[in-house]
Design a protein around this ligand. Structure first.
Ligand SMILES: Nc1ncnc2c1ncn2[C@@H]1O[C@H](COP(=O)(O)OP(=O)(O)O)[C@@H](O)[C@H]1O
Ligand SMILES: [Mg+2]
Length: 165
């Protein structure tokens, strides 16, 4: 999973966009135990990427470092080319969907998806468009999302809301 994209200028001389996420030689130790060992990887914008591995291999620790909930013992993390290794979680444009307790049970499906967009102060029409687009991707496009429904059942079931990492 080691890639190098440091040549930020293509052969035509045009500037290439930096990767959306870049981990550079990231190592995390907990009291001398190495949880993540010299990990370098890059994700392009819009890329779908899965971290797979046995329990204890460092998946959660890696995601927690990207989210800012752990700091690397060494190495750097970049978002869109900006070094955010020491940026606190609330100042990073990163969202984490936890394995459980991922939904607000008192909100409709639509309002759960819209929550972050509203927090960011997005325009009402943009929110509607983005929510519908993403529900469509999740295969939930045709349902009645405006109806206030209890999402607890969905959050307790294995699909589609539970994401394991
Ligand atoms: N806060 C912590 N303190 C000490 N050890 C930890 C901590 N978090 C994770 N670990 C250890 O780091 C290793 C990787 O854990 P983790 O990232 O949770 O793996 P995974 O998500 O791949 O199952 C494991 O050995 C785990 O026990
Ligand atoms: Mg885990």
């Amino acid at each position: 999973m080691t890639t190098t994209n440091d040549a930020a200028v293509s052969t035509e001389g045009t500037k290439k966009a930096p990767p959306a996420v870049r981990l550079e030689n990231v190592t995390k130790e907990f009291k001398g135990m190495v949880a993540v060992d010299d990990l370098t990887l890059e994700l392009a914008a819009g890329e779908f990427f899965a971290l797979l591995g046995p329990s204890g291999c460092g998946k959660t620790t890696t995601l927690r470092m990207v989210g800012g909930f752990e700091q690397p013992s060494s190495g750097k993390i970049f978002l869109g080319g900006e070094d955010i290794t020491w940026t606190p979680p609330y100042r990073r444009d990163v969202n984490t969907v936890f394995q459980s307790y991922a939904l607000f049970p008192h909100l409709s499906v639509f309002d759960n998806v819209a929550f972050g967009l509203r927090r960011k102060g997005k325009d009402k029409d943009d929110i509607k468009r983005l929510v519908e687009e993403h529900l469509e991707i999740l295969g939930l496009g045709a349902s009645d999302h405006d109806r206030r429904r209890n999402c607890q059942a969905a959050s307790n079931s294995a699909w589609p809301w539970r994401v394991r990492w």
